[in-house]
Design a protein around this ligand. Structure first.
Ligand SMILES: Cc1cc2nc3c(=O)[nH]c(=O)nc-3n(C[C@H](O)[C@H](O)[C@H](O)COP(=O)(O)OP(=O)(O)OC[C@H]3O[C@@H](n4cnc5c(N)ncnc54)[C@H](O)[C@@H]3O)c2cc1C
Length: 287
């Protein structure tokens, strides 16, 4: 089944993102989390893919087991930078063999440990090239990433939007956004996307801030900005993890509630492999 067929139904679709445990952790730890997450009745669960390809096998295995053992549709993330066309083709074969029908097609981050990394020498430079190959290969459902505040590498929002339009036109069914903490960023982006004739569903991705350290790392990794009300909470609860956890759940719940009231087709929650906090948000907003 292609995930795009879920959108446009009466109720907004809840989707969840998980990541494979690190190589030195048993794979089964993620299934203990999934045993709980499945009770939230998500429309689909997405499984991230390490930029360097380290957890490639784990992504495919987890995505396959989500379908087979939990009966939930899965969305396997696939990055292409630092992969050859032959490697990507082999992964697509594996996905087909495992019965996975939906891919989140990504370029992947540029390696932090290679300051002079030459993107132009890569077989894949941008996600749209991967999307092109996936479309040629088989009838997968294809999702891609969108950046409401602009992708950090692109200096002009206008160019980023044109690049996104081109990516969508290469065969994207729907987009999932980078996390943001101020809904105005998403609403403004949607106005611009409409003007740019990006007309596929754009599903907002929301991540609750559960501790002060996590937010610094998040901002460092994806360049999201913190609005003043959230910054105040982070300052207030800097040395009170429990208080920060509660405030973070409340903040994310309000964000999701507001988005739902605006009529979004679905919401994607970055679970960070946590169940209790995600369940609280889902219950708070009545999804
Ligand atoms: C929902 C979501 C899930 C993610 N999951 C993962 C994951 O599992 N694993 C992982 O490693 N990373 C993941 N990422 C991070 C992502 O890989 C990085 O943000 C990466 O830097 C960009 O990937 P992309 O697919 O958006 O790239 P692209 O769409 O290729 O864009 C990358 C940059 O290139 C520019 N660009 C695009 N096309 C052109 C062109 N033709 N000419 C010039 N410039 C162009 C864009 O404007 C942008 O600045 C995820 C991000 C999101 C939002």
């Amino acid at each position: 089944m292609r995930i795009i067929d879920l959108y446009g139904r009466e109720k907004p679709i809840l989707s969840l993102e998980i990541f494979p445990p690190q190589a030195d952790y048993p794979l089964e730890t993620i299934f203990a989390t999934l045993d709980h997450l499945q009770t939230l009745n998500p429309g689909f669960i997405s499984v991230t893919y390490g930029a360097g390809g380290g957890d490639r096998g784990r992504t495919v295995e987890i995505a396959a087991r989500i379908k087979k053992e939990y009966g939930i549709e899965s969305l396997a993330h696939l990055t292409c930078v630092r992969h050859t066309r032959a490697e990507v083709n082999a992964t697509l074969d594996e996905l087909i063999k495992e019965g996975i029908h939906n891919i989140l097609a990504l370029r992947g981050d540029l390696p932090e440990d290679e300051p002079y990394f030459d993107l132009s020498r890569q077989e894949y430079r941008f996600a749209y090239e991967l999307i092109h190959d996936i479309r040629k290969k088989a009838a997968f459902g294809v999702a891609a990433a969108a950046y409401p505040a602009g992708h950090p590498e692109c200096l002009r929002l206008k160019d980023d939007l044109l690049n996104l339009k081109h990516k969508v036109d290469c065969g994207v069914d729907f987009l999932i956004t980078q996390l943001f903490f101020d809904n105005r960023i998403y609403y403004d982006f949607m106005d611009k996307a409409l003007t740019a004739q990006i007309d596929c569903p754009v599903i907002p991705g929301i991540m609750p801030v559960l501790n002060a350290r996590q937010i610094k790392r998040t901002i460092y990794l994806c360049g999201a900005s913190i609005p003043a009300p959230l910054l105040k909470l982070v300052d207030k609860y800097e040395n009170d993890p429990e208080g920060m956890g509660k405030a973070g759940i409340e903040y994310a719940s309000r964000q999701v509630q507001d988005l739902l009231e605006s009529g979004i087709p679905g919401i994607h929650l970055y679970t960070m492999n946590k169940y209790r906090q995600i369940a609280e948000i889902v219950n708070n907003v009545g999804l």
